[in-house]
Design a protein. Structure first.
Lengths: 232, 164
């Protein structure tokens, strides 16, 4: 017989004195309480988790609502003349209508008195590269924020465009509660960013009298200090 | 009484003896063993609806072993007393009692984990892999701990003498 076998035999040997019987009722009473407490804690944990998630959602919603962009009236840009010459980047919005691609650019304009100024121009670019200005408006880069907010309607399918002076990463536009897809393109020569909204059925009725809510955010998604002011 | 409760009562009646015996081997203290089995059974009853269709005895065994190990992990609290405990005089027992006494003394040389592994391996006859699962350790840990425990027990000449 090996040591292990002897050990096993010794362990299998019943104790000399019997043990006290287990009070089953007491065990079940304690176990029942423990079970109830566990269920309560589990329920509380589920409720807590739900509240945390719901609170987070509501908190984010409140935070977003606190960042409700200001309403901006869409301007009616004055018609451009053929003499307006592009300055810097000509940005293709990707919007194509009957006259060609809708493009945006800034034009340098000589004035009879004082220094030269700039204009934001909406133009059509034909297949052969000819650029035909549709509308132009004097640009002002002195203050940061939204500027030159206008609509291309009815001469272009472009529902909304404008520029933002200063550093910006993302735009948000809402028209009658419906969020529009906003694209942007920096114009480094002037330290501004052009933005425009893509055509959308709900945005087809945007006119010069329409009110569109605009917001600008930084890289972290925070509303910029000058990101909700009226552009005009 | 609900059907689940009836089954639990039957389980307690069928398993208590073996659980108490194991608890005694694990703790070396009769009253502590009775308390530990009761605590383990309370936990078994708590989880009864979940485990009754599985292996409630394995669950009880696992709870019991971990209960003893967990208590050993907690800070040890010793109450001073002026009365010395009774010490059995060697050779006063009939053979079976003497074997138990010396077995307890040999097991007493082990740590709680070593003791649990020895009991699970050689009292409950579990494989090393099953012991590892029950205690939540690796098989390697079971092997090395069991080997160390048996070496400690072999160092007890008294045990060898008494059980042979």
């Amino acid at each position: 017989m090996s040591d292990i076998d002897r050990l096993r035999d010794a362990m299998a040997e019943p104790p000399a004195q019997p043990f006290a019987p287990v009070d089953i009722e007491h065990v079940m009473r304690l176990g029942g309480r423990r079970r109830a407490r566990r269920r309560l804690l589990t329920g509380a944990a589920v409720v807590s988790a739900f509240l945390v998630v719901a609170g987070s959602v509501v908190g984010v919603q409140i935070f977003r609502n606190a960042q409700v962009p200001a309403s901006i009236s869409v301007a009616a840009p004055p018609p451009a003349t053929a003499e307006v010459r592009p300055f810097g980047t000509i940005v293709d919005t990707g919007v194509v209508d009957n006259q060609g691609h809708a493009v945006l650019y800034f034009a340098r304009v000589a004035r009879t008195t004082g220094p030269a100024g700039y204009q934001l121009v909406l133009a059509h670019k034909s297949a052969d590269g000819t650029i035909t200005p549709v509308s132009a408006e004097n640009a002002d880069f002195t203050d940061g924020g939204f500027r030159g907010v206008a609509t291309g309607h009815p001469v272009s399918f472009l529902p909304l465009y404008g520029y933002f002076t200063g550093s910006v990463r993302q735009f948000k536009a809402t028209y009658q509660g419906d969020e529009l897809s906003v694209f942007d393109r920096a114009v480094p020569e002037l330290n501004v960013t052009l933005f425009w909204a893509a055509p959308k059925s709900s945005a087809e009725d945007i006119t010069t009298a329409s009110v569109v809510q605009l917001a600008a955010f930084d890289a972290a998604g925070n509303l910029l200090a000058n990101g909700s002011g009226p552009g005009r | 009484m609900a059907r689940g409760d009836v089954e639990f009562v039957e389980f307690v009646q069928a398993s208590t003896g073996r659980l108490q015996h194991a608890a005694y081997l694990l703790t070396g203290d009769r009253h502590q063993a009775e308390d530990d089995v009761q605590t383990a059974l309370v936990r078994v009853y708590t989880a009864w609806s979940r485990i009754r269709r599985q292996d409630p005895f394995a669950y009880a065994r696992k709870v019991l072993a971990n209960l003893v190990i967990d208590r050993w992990r907690r800070p040890y609290r010793e109450d001073a007393t002026e009365e010395l405990p009774e010490r059995p005089a060697p050779g006063d027992f009939v053979d079976g009692v003497a074997v138990q006494e010396w077995l307890m003394r040999a097991l007493g040389r082990l740590s709680a984990r070593e003791r649990a592994i020895v009991v699970l391996r050689h009292f409950w006859d579990l494989s090393e892999a099953d012991v590892a699962v029950e205690l939540g350790v690796s098989v390697g840990t079971v092997k090395s701990t069991a080997s160390r425990a048996l070496a400690k027990m072999r160092m007890s000449d008294e045990l060898v003498e008494r059980v042979s």
